[in-house]
Design a binder for this molecule. Structure first.
Ligand code: WTA
Length: 662
C-alpha cells in the first residue's frame, strides 16, 4: 500500500473518503443536488432523480445547457481571459484560445450551423482529427441543442457510413486532410466515400488543416507530407497537385469561408436537463455498434465533480489528457469537464512517438503540465523504451498522474509512479465506460494506493462484484462488476434501440446495471478489474467488438465464417486473433491472410487490424451452434496452433466433447 504524502492530503478536496462515502450513501440524491447548485441552470429542477427502471432522468424539470456552464458563465468572470486550450500541432505550431476567444469561435460556428438549417434535436456527425475545431464543433452543436455524434478519425469510411446512417445525421464536419506522423490522411475522401449513398446529408463542412496547394502558413505542414502504404488508399504522396475535385458544389463548404461571414453573437439554446447532448458509438457484443446517448444535465454534474475531486483541479493547473475526443475520455475530460471547471487544457495533435519517443515528456517540461492522464498501453510502450528518455526532461511540474481504458498491470504502474511521477505523484487509476459518462471507480489523491487496483467507488456510486446469480461475490473471488444505483452521468438509452438498452445492461442481473467487466474485491474493499467478460476486446484501450470484426471478415467474398477473440498482448493489452473458414474452392495462403487483414482495415479502421489470421476447416461450436470463443481464446493465447488448419480440426473434436462449456 502506498500512502499519500501530507502535502497531497493537505491540498485534496476530499480528505476522508470513508466518512464522506458513508454519508453520501445515506442520501446520494441530496449529495448530487448540492453539487448541482455549484453550476448554472436556467430553471431549477423539480426532482433530482426520477428512476423508472431502467430509465433514469436526472434533474427533472430543470432547464440548462452544458455550454452555458462550459463557456457562457465564464464570460462574466476573470476566467474569460484565462487560457482554455493550448494546442500544439505535430509540427510544434501553437494555437491558444482564451475562454473569451473560444466562446467567440463557438458562437460563430453555432451561427454557421444555424444558417445551414441545423436546429435543436438535429444530428451532426463530426469526423475530425485532434484539432481545436473538433472541440469547437462539438460545443457549437451543444450550444444550439443539436446532438453531436463524434466518430474517431481512425475509423474507415465503412464504419463512418454506418454511424452516420444510424444517427440519421444531416451534416458532417471533417478536415480536408491531416498530418499523421510522416503521412497525410485525407479525411475528406473518407467522408466522400462514406456518404456517396446517403442522400440525406445536406452539407459537409471542411476544415482546411492542410494547405494542399502548399500555400498558407498556419495550416501548412508541407515538410511532413510523406509516403504511405495505408491500405485505405486515403493518403497522399508528397508534392501532389491540388485536388480540383475535393469539394462538391453546393454540398461541400469550407469552414474558414463560412466563419469569415458570420456573426459572433449567438444565444445558447434552453434545453431540458434530460434532452440529448450527444450520441457516441461504442462496441458491444453484436456486430452493430451501439449509439450511447447522454443528456445535458446529469452528465454535466457528474463529469464536473469527478475531474475536480479526482485530479484535485486547481486554478493554476495545466491539464493534459492524451485521449482523442473521438472517444468518451475526450468528450468528458478534454472538452466538457475541464471547461466547466474553468481549467487550462493542453492538447497535442500528434502521437506519443512522433516526432520522437520523448515528445510527451518534452511537452510536459515545456508547458509545465501538472496533471497528466493517459492509457496503460502508452505507459507500457514508454516503459519498454527505458528510463533514459524521460530522465532527459524536467518533469517536476507534475503533481497527479492518471490512467484509464484498461487494467494497468502493477509493473507498468510502478514504472509510471517511479520514473514519471518520481514517487511524488499519486496515480488515479480510473475505471469507467462510455456508458457511465464519468469516472466511477477510482482512488482520490488522498487515498492509500495499491498498484494495479482501481481502488474504490466514487461518491454516490454503488459498485459491487457479484456471482452468476447476482449475489455479492465472496472477498477476493472473481465475479461480475455491477452498479446498483443510478448515477448522474449514466447513459439515457441506446439511440433508437430501447430494447437493446434494456437487454444489454439491465437483464443479465435483474434490476442492476451490468458493466460487462469481471472484477474482484479484496479484503480492504479495493476493486481489481480483470477485463471484459463479454465479447468486447480492448486493443490499446480502444474498444472493439468481436462480432464487429467477424462481420467485417465475413463480408469478404472468400470467407465463410469467422470467430474473433482477444488475446493478451504485451503492449496493446489485447490483440485481435481471427479464426477464419473459407468458402469452398478457396485455399489458405499468406497472401490471403494479408488481404483479409487489409479488408478489416477498410471495413473498420487500422485500429481493428488482426494480429493473426488463422485458417480453420471448421469452427468449434456448441450443439446449439454457438461458437466456443472461450476455447478459441485459450487456444490462441497458449499458441497451441502452429500450422494453418490441422490442429483446429482436432479442436473441433475437443469442442464436441465439451459442448456444455459455454
Ligand atoms: C475498460 C473508457 C480497468 C473496462 C473510459 C471498461 C478499465 C471499458 C479501466 C470501457 C480501468 C476502462 N481499469 N479497465 N481503469 N477503464 N476500462 O467505453 O473494460 O472505451 O468496461 O471507456 O474499458 O471502455 P470505454
Amino acid at each position: 500500500m502506498i500512502l499519500p504524502s501530507k502535502e497531497i492530503v493537505d491540498q485534496a478536496y476530499v480528505k476522508d473518503y470513508e466518512k464522506l462515502y458513508k454519508e453520501v450513501q445515506e442520501d446520494p440524491e441530496a449529495f448530487w443536488e448540492n453539487i448541482a447548485h455549484e453550476l448554472s441552470w436556467f430553471k431549477p429542477w423539480d426532482k433530482v432523480l426520477e428512476w423508472n427502471f431502467p430509465y433514469a432522468r436526472w434533474f427533472v424539470g430543470a432547464q440548462c445547457n452544458i455550454v452555458n456552464n462550459a463557456l457562457d458563465r465564464h464570460q462574466k468572470t476573470a476566467t474569460k481571459d484565462k487560457l482554455a486550450y493550448i494546442w500544439v500541432g505535430q509540427d510544434k505550431s501553437e494555437r491558444k484560445y482564451t475562454y473569451g476567444e473560444l466562446n467567440e469561435q463557438v458562437c460563430k460556428f453555432a451561427n454557421v450551423l444555424k444558417s445551414l438549417g441545423i436546429r435543436k434535436g438535429d444530428k451532426v456527425s463530426i469526423y475530425l482529427p485532434r484539432i481545436p475545431e473538433q472541440f469547437i464543433a462539438m460545443l457549437a452543436c451543444a450550444k444550439i441543442g443539436a446532438v453531436h455524434s463524434v466518430v474517431f478519425s481512425g475509423f474507415s469510411s465503412e464504419a463512418l457510413k454506418n454511424r452516420i446512417l444510424d444517427a440519421q445525421a444531416k451534416l458532417v464536419i471533417t478536415a480536408n486532410a491531416y498530418p499523421y506522423k510522416d503521412k497525410v490522411l485525407e479525411s475528406k475522401k473518407t467522408v466522400d466515400e462514406a456518404i456517396k449513398d446517403i442522400p440525406t446529408i445536406e452539407h459537409v463542412i471542411v476544415v482546411k488543416r492542410i494547405e494542399s496547394e502548399g500555400k498558407g502558413k498556419e495550416t501548412s505542414i508541407g515538410n511532413e507530407v510523406g509516403q504511405s502504404n495505408n491500405s485505405n488508399n486515403l493518403t497522399s504522396s508528397p508534392n501532389r497537385p491540388p485536388n480540383p475535385n475535393l469539394m462538391t458544389a453546393v454540398r461541400d463548404l469550407w469552414y474558414h469561408e463560412l466563419m469569415a461571414k458570420t456573426d459572433t453573437i449567438c444565444s445558447t439554446e434552453i434545453m431540458e436537463a434530460t434532452d440529448p447532448l450527444f450520441i457516441l458509438y461504442t462496441s458491444g457484443s453484436t456486430g452493430k455498434p451501439k449509439g450511447v446517448l447522454h443528456a445535458h444535465g446529469g452528465y454535466m454534474v457528474g463529469i464536473y465533480l469527478t475531474l475536480k475531486w479526482i485530479f484535485n483541479l486547481q486554478p493554476d493547473d495545466i491539464w493534459f489528457c492524451t485521449a482523442d475526443a473521438g472517444w468518451v475520455t475526450g468528450h468528458s475530460y478534454i472538452v466538457y469537464s475541464p471547461l466547466i471547471n474553468g481549467a487550462t487544457t493542453f492538447v497535442y495533435e500528434g502521437t506519443p512517438d512522433y516526432p520522437h519517443p520523448g515528445i510527451w515528456w518534452e511537452l510536459i517540461q515545456k508547458y509545465k503540465i501538472s496533471k497528466f492522464y493517459t492509457a496503460p498501453t502508452a505507459v507500457r510502450a514508454m516503459m519498454r523504451l527505458g528510463d533514459e528518455i524521460p530522465n532527459k526532461y524536467d518533469l517536476s511540474s507534475l503533481k497527479i498522474l492518471g490512467s484509464v481504458g484498461e487494467p494497468i498491470n502493477p509493473e507498468a504502474w510502478m514504472w509510471y509512479y517511479k520514473t514519471i511521477g518520481k514517487e511524488r505523484c499519486p496515480i488515479m487509476d480510473t475505471w469507467w465506460q462510455t456508458e457511465t459518462g464519468m469516472q466511477m471507480i477510482t482512488p482520490l489523491p488522498s487515498s492509500p494506493l495499491k498498484p494495479g487496483s482501481a481502488n474504490k467507488p466514487f461518491f454516490g456510486v454503488e459498485a459491487d462484484v457479484v456471482d452468476d446469480k447476482g449475489s455479492p461475490a465472496a472477498v477476493n473471488t472473481q465475479g461480475f462488476l455491477v452498479i446498483k444505483k443510478p448515477w448522474p452521468a449514466m447513459l439515457r438509452t441506446i439511440y433508437g434501440d430501447h430494447e437493446r438498452y434494456k437487454q444489454q445492461y439491465w437483464s443479465t442481473f435483474p434490476g442492476i446495471y451490468w458493466t460487462g467487466d469481471e472484477a474482484r474485491r479484496d479484503e480492504d474493499g479495493y476493486f481489481w478489474i480483470m477485463g471484459r467478460a463479454d465479447d468486447v476486446i480492448k486493443v490499446s484501450g480502444h474498444r472493439l467488438g468481436s462480432s464487429e470484426i467477424e462481420s467485417a471478415l465475413v463480408s469478404h467474398p472468400f470467407v465463410a465464417e469467422s470467430a474473433v477473440v482477444g488475446i493478451p498482448h504485451e503492449l496493446k493489452g489485447q490483440g485481435v486473433v481471427a479464426f477464419v473458414t473459407l468458402v469452398s474452392g478457396q485455399a489458405p495462403s499468406e497472401t490471403l491472410k494479408d488481404e483479409l487483414k487489409k479488408h478489416v482495415v477498410t471495413q473498420i479502421g487500422a485500429l481493428a487490424r488482426p494480429e493473426q489470421i488463422r485458417f480453420a476447416k471448421q469452427l468449434p461450436k456448441t450443439r446449439s451452434g454457438k461458437i466456443m470463443r472461450r476455447l478459441l481464446r485459450q487456444i490462441a493465447s497458449e499458441g497451441k496452433i502452429t500450422g494453418d488448419t490441422t490442429t483446429l480440426e482436432d479442436i473441433s473434436v475437443v469442442a464436441a466433447l465439451s459442448q456444455d462449456e459455454e
